[in-house]
Design a protein around this ligand. Structure first.
Ligand code: QAP
Ligand code: CO
Length: 168
């Protein structure tokens, strides 16, 4: 298993729209294992393939404290069950050090394939519902900073660009 590099805002590759996974293979499963290793090392609670520069519709989530609930979603499709919005202070491994309040629907269902290519569906609420929507946004080239004011987004962009120049 390998810890992969994570793309950081404003990297234009984060704006790529990911393509559906045609067949779930051993290579897909190896990528999934690397994505969990990368997410747990960070540490984070969610990671989309887009963030490691792989433009396939797959993501991993684990909101447990002890890495005991790894969840895999391949080709996820979300249905909003209740349009009522809830607020959450979101962060992102691709926007390190910044947290902003975002509103999203709180009750959703999702259909997806699991790591064996088997379809499943599940209803989600709370942090899992928020996290899944945040990760599916990545697959569509979208970031949580797209939901905040342009001024705040610009401030975050400038600070991260400065940090990235320092690291280069
Ligand atoms: C997405 O985010 C998420 O800024 C997952 O310095 C977050 O795992 C969905 C992280 C909150 C819903 C609510 C962020 C780690 C991890 C940072 C993450 C950082 C180090 C973010
Ligand atoms: Co993110």
């Amino acid at each position: 298993m390998a810890v992969l590099d994570i793309l950081e805002f404003p990297d234009p590759r984060l704006r790529t729209r990911a393509a559906p996974v045609e067949t779930v293979t051993d290579a897909t499963r190896a990528l999934i294992d690397d994505m969990f290793a990368t997410m747990y090392a960070a540490p984070g609670i969610g990671l989309a393939a887009t963030q490691v520069n792989v433009h396939q519709r797959l993501l991993v989530i684990d909101i447990s404290e002890d890495h005991s609930e790894p969840l895999v979603f391949i080709n996820p499709e979300i249905t909003v069950l209740d349009p009522a919005l809830g607020e959450y202070d979101e962060g992102c491994l691709s926007v390190p050090g910044f947290y902003e309040t975002v509103e999203r629907p709180q009750q959703i269902s999702v259909t997806a394939l699991d790591r064996n290519g088997e379809p499943f569906d599940r209803e989600l609420q709370g942090l899992l519902a928020i996290c899944l929507q945040h990760e599916v946004d990545h697959l569509d080239g979208k970031l949580f900073v797209d939901y905040i004011s342009p001024l705040k987004r610009q401030r975050i962009r400038r600070k991260l660009e400065k940090e990235q120049r320092r690291q280069a």
